[in-house]
Design a protein around this ligand. Structure first.
Ligand SMILES: NC(=O)c1ccc[n+]([C@@H]2O[C@H](COP(=O)([O-])OP(=O)(O)OC[C@H]3O[C@@H](n4cnc5c(N)ncnc54)[C@H](O)[C@@H]3O)[C@@H](O)[C@H]2O)c1
Ligand SMILES: O=C(O)C[C@H](O)C(=O)O
Length: 314
């Protein structure tokens, strides 16, 4: 039995992500949890002729039923940005939402793999870790901040700028998930770039989220591309942990010691049957990328500390 729960399943990301998880034949149960509208979303998805049995759970009193028995929990619950906001501006609302959901996971499915999408990811992942630690159930191999949208964007922008097939393009993006903490490693691709191209691509990858926020003009942030990226990540994790396929790698924000002082950091991670199997170090950087990393570290450290303090000082 492979049960997957989506928390925030009625939202802009939650609905298409739940659809994509319903399409994965490895999933035998799909639990949709939100504070609104999950009965309708669940009824709709339940008519799709794939194996997953779909259930809808609405409100606090139904969180336990959604989580019990889960192999994987994906969290896109919380408010999205409006133009002019940073991801950190979401902290005050989303930190509390994520704390509540993490407490539910610690209580009802402490062994589940957890994929955190809710922003600010640089702080919400440490929040989940601290909640799990308080309950003595933290397994760093099973907690992931989903940064896949940065990789998906990087692959799209690089391949279109170079006029090459996007399917053969896989860019590493390391660090965290906001502005200067997003560090694309273009020197690691097989393409050559002018410095002007590198700078333009780096800026676009770091601020791709703002492009969507601006275009949506007050109606939220990336949802469909995020659902695609979240499903790519979750499906890779299921391939490794359920199908036991070896050698699967994704960039993801995990507990890591690759950068001293940053308790969490995203680099390439190889999955094994229990989640994180191997964390790859920061790749060899050129001088420009080293400057990007130098700018990333203090901001990322402070975002991480803010998440830790939110639970420790509560
Ligand atoms: N990691 C990434 O790359 C990435 C990309 C895009 C968006 N995001 C983030 O994902 C989050 C969701 O974005 P969205 O566009 O889907 O927003 P949305 O407002 O469309 O949906 C959020 C859903 O969360 C639900 N929710 C609110 N409080 C809840 C709670 N306590 N328990 C369960 N569900 C709750 C809402 O009812 C809503 O259905 C935002 O924080 C956004 O910034 C992250
Ligand atoms: O930009 C946002 O606020 C949402 C998300 O983090 C993104 O990168 O699109």
């Amino acid at each position: 039995m492979v049960k997957v729960a989506v928390l925030g399943a009625a939202g802009g990301i939650g609905q298409p992500l739940s659809l994509l998880m319903k399409a994965n034949p490895l999933v035998s149960e799909l639990a949709l949890y939100d504070v609104v509208n999950t009965p309708g979303v669940a009824a709709d998805l339940s008519h799709i002729n794939t194996p997953a049995k779909v259930s809808g759970h609405k409100g606090d009193s139904e969180l336990a039923a959604a989580l019990t028995g889960c192999h994987l929990v994906i969290i896109p619950a919380g408010v999205p940005r409006k133009p002019g906001m940073t991801r950190d501006d979401l902290f005050n609302i989303n930190a509390g939402i994520v704390r509540t959901l993490a407490t539910g996971i610690a209580t009802h499915c402490p062994k589940a793999h957890i994929c955190v999408i809710s922003n600010p990811v640089n702080s919400t992942v440490p929040i989940v870790a601290e909640v799990l630690k308080k309950h003595n159930v933290f397994d760093p191999r099973k907690l992931f901040g989903v940064t896949s949208l940065d990789i998906v964007r990087a692959n799209t922008f690089v391949s279109s700028s170079k006029g090459v097939n996007v399917q053969g393009t896989e860019v590493s993006v390391i660090g965290g998930h906001s502005g200067v903490t997003i560090v694309p490693i273009l020197s690691n691709t097989s393409h050559s770039f002018t410095q002007a191209e590198v700078e333009a691509l780096t800026q676009r990858i770091q601020y791709g989220g703002d492009e969507v926020v601006k275009a949506k003009d007050g109606a939220g942030s990336a949802t469909l591309s995020m659902a695609y990226a979240g499903a790519r990540f979750a499906n890779s994790l299921l391939d490794a942990t359920v199908s036991k396929r070896s050698g699967i790698k994704e960039c993801t924000f995990v507990k890591s010691d690759v950068v001293p002082g940053c308790e969490f950091f995203s680099t390439v991670v190889e999955f094994g049957p229990e989640g994180v199997h191997k964390i790859y170090p920061v790749p060899t950087l050129n001088a420009y990328e080293q400057k990007l990393l130098d700018a990333c570290i203090p901001e990322l450290k402070s975002n991480i500390q803010k998440g830790i303090d939110f639970i420790k000082n509560a």
